[in-house]
Write a protein that binds this ligand. Structure first.
Ligand code: FES
Ligand SMILES: [Fe+2]
Length: 389
């Protein structure tokens, strides 16, 4: 990186999507030194439950300790640095590294080293355990950091907090299933795509015929968080006929856009949390997306589809079915988004278009019409500050 990338209110230097040195700096400044989303408490409900996760590109283990707390440990053995947990999820009381069987407690402490007596120098007998991160939870979302000096999580989530608390019903949710997929694109492009309502009625051409995005708002919160929300409308027979007559890929089951529990006029909403989480409630779909960077030009999206505690099996089945149809890798909307952000990444670093442009809406305001680019501007404003530029 020869000079710092220039980020103004409306333009972002596209080197931030391709530069190796910038990527390394992001991993440190955003994903180690700040709060980063790791998973959901609902994924580790019982003592001993664990699941593998990532803080940026750093492998971690999120585990429910026998004492009841959620711990986040580096999934990196203090002996020679092997991954300790290889399974995606499971339940165990201790973690044993597969390589030389060093054993660690659910808070990272080292419990056992085979052949310890053969270390001849006393200084070598205690090499330490798995590094534990500082962890806080909010509405069932688990966040971690390695910094002692960052503000409490609730303060960091700021005015986005009440929105996610409402969507996730204070954390009383159940995991219905997962989707994971990889895209050849920079991780930030997934965040902006999900908060970018400008494309919603244009790229996703089914939505024009169905007229599902009408009245709505685009809101920037403090600390780079933001939300888009729009009113649920009742689908008209004409709109459905129009779609079926003209669309290349046809949606035959329109119940996706109908919810028995949420009347027309309820808000569909997508809350983006800086830097790597997205909380969505759209029609009967409830899900949390975890953005996992895998290099400058590769990102994995890990999505947890959720239901509410105490719901009927029928309701859960509808949620899961709708989720797969709409957001899954081959879903109605997911498919378009993957192609779109891949198409952006494909031209990084080789073209005369040096900046990404985001000027829609009233630049003197922090919120406005649904298709204004308020949330995306707020994300890059926070990004610039946090990167020290
Ligand atoms: S690398 Fe883990 S025990 Fe050797
Ligand atoms: Fe989209």
């Amino acid at each position: 990186m020869q000079t710092n990338p220039k980020i103004t209110q409306t333009e972002v230097d596209r080197r931030v999507f391709a530069d190796e040195e910038i990527y390394r700096l992001e991993m440190r400044r955003l994903f180690r030194d700040g709060w980063t989303f790791v998973g959901l408490e609902a994924e580790v409900p019982e003592p001993g439950d664990f699941r593998r996760s990532w803080m940026g590109d750093l492998p971690v283990i999120m585990t429910r300790s026998r004492a009841g707390s959620v711990n986040v440990l580096e999934n990196v053995c203090s002996h020679r640095g092997s991954l300790v947990a290889l399974d995606r999820r499971g339940n165990c009381s201790t973690f044993t590294c597969p390589y030389h069987q060093w054993v660690f407690a659910d808070d990272g402490r080292q419990l056992g080293v085979p052949m310890r007596k053969k270390y001849t120098d006393a200084r070598h007998k205690d090499r330490g355990g798995l590094r534990a991160a500082r962890v806080e939870t909010f509405a069932g979302l688990v966040w971690a950091t390695f910094a002692d000096d960052v503000e409490p999580l609730a303060e960091y989530l700021a005015d986005a907090g009440p929105h996610i608390d409402e969507i996730l019903r204070g954390g009383d949710v159940t995991v219905l299933g997962y989707h994971r997929f990889q895209v050849r694109a920079n991780w930030k492009l997934f965040w902006e795509n999900t908060e970018d309502a400008y494309h919603a009625s244009l790229l996703h051409n089914f939505s024009q015929a169905l007229k599902i995005y009408q009245v709505g708002e685009n809101i920037a919160f403090e600390n780079g968080h933001g939300a888009i929300r729009w009113e649920m409308v009742s689908l008209s027979d004409d709109a459905m006929r129009d779609h079926l007559a003209n669309a290349k890929f046809q949606l035959r089951d329109f119940t996706l856009f109908q919810s028995h529990d949420r009347p027309a006029g309820s808000w569909n909403r997508v809350v983006g949390l800086f830097p790597n989480a997205l909380v969505l409630e759209e029609w009967d779909m409830l899900n949390v997306r975890h953005i996992v960077p895998k290099g400058t030009d590769c990102v994995e999206l890990h999505t947890v589809a959720l239901g509410l505690d105490g719901e009927s099996p029928e309701k859960r089945a509808k949620r899961a079915h709708d989720y797969g149809n709409f957001f899954g890798p081959a879903g109605f909307a997911g498919r378009d988004d993957v192609v779109a952000i891949g198409a952006v990444q494909a031209t990084e670093g080789v073209s005369s278009v040096r900046t990404s442009f985001m000027a829609l809406g009233d630049l003197s305001e922090r919120s406005g019409d649904l298709d204004g680019e308020y949330t995306v501007r707020a994300f890059y404003d926070e990004y610039r500050t946090r990167m020290g530029w």
